[in-house]
Unconditional design. Structure first.
Length: 115
């Protein structure tokens, strides 16, 4: 059984989100939540919310045990960029590029005999 949750248009760049995502890939979902709780990066809160949503989908919609779930796939893709106009010295144009990302979490059920 595969359960999915997606958070779109987060205010964090994909590069910064990938640093957090790489730490929790392949872990038990509850273990990943505990690990993310103590990370100082702001992306950790967004990734934790997405994993929590996927766990809620698994328990409420499919009746699965949250302790059996592990993160089989997690990724942070680029979302559209916003370009703001900012003028510098001598009337030169200096754009501010605000990057955002989409975070996708896929959980699977690990059978107790599996490692």
């Amino acid at each position: 059984m595969e359960v999915r949750a997606v958070t779109k248009y987060t205010g964090i760049s994909a590069q910064k989100a990938r640093l957090i995502v790489n730490e929790v890939r392949g872990r038990q979902a509850e273990e990943a939540m505990a690990l993310l709780q103590f990370m100082p990066q702001s992306a950790a809160r967004t990734v934790a919310k997405t994993i929590k949503s996927a766990l809620a989908n698994a328990t409420e919609n499919f009746g699965l045990e949250s302790s059996d779930m592990y993160i089989s796939e997690i990724k942070a893709d680029e979302a559209p960029r916003r370009k703001w106009r900012r003028y510098g010295a001598r009337g030169r144009f200096k754009p501010w590029i605000r990057r955002s990302s989409h975070i996708t979490v896929v959980l699977q059920e690990r059978i107790s005999g599996e490692q």
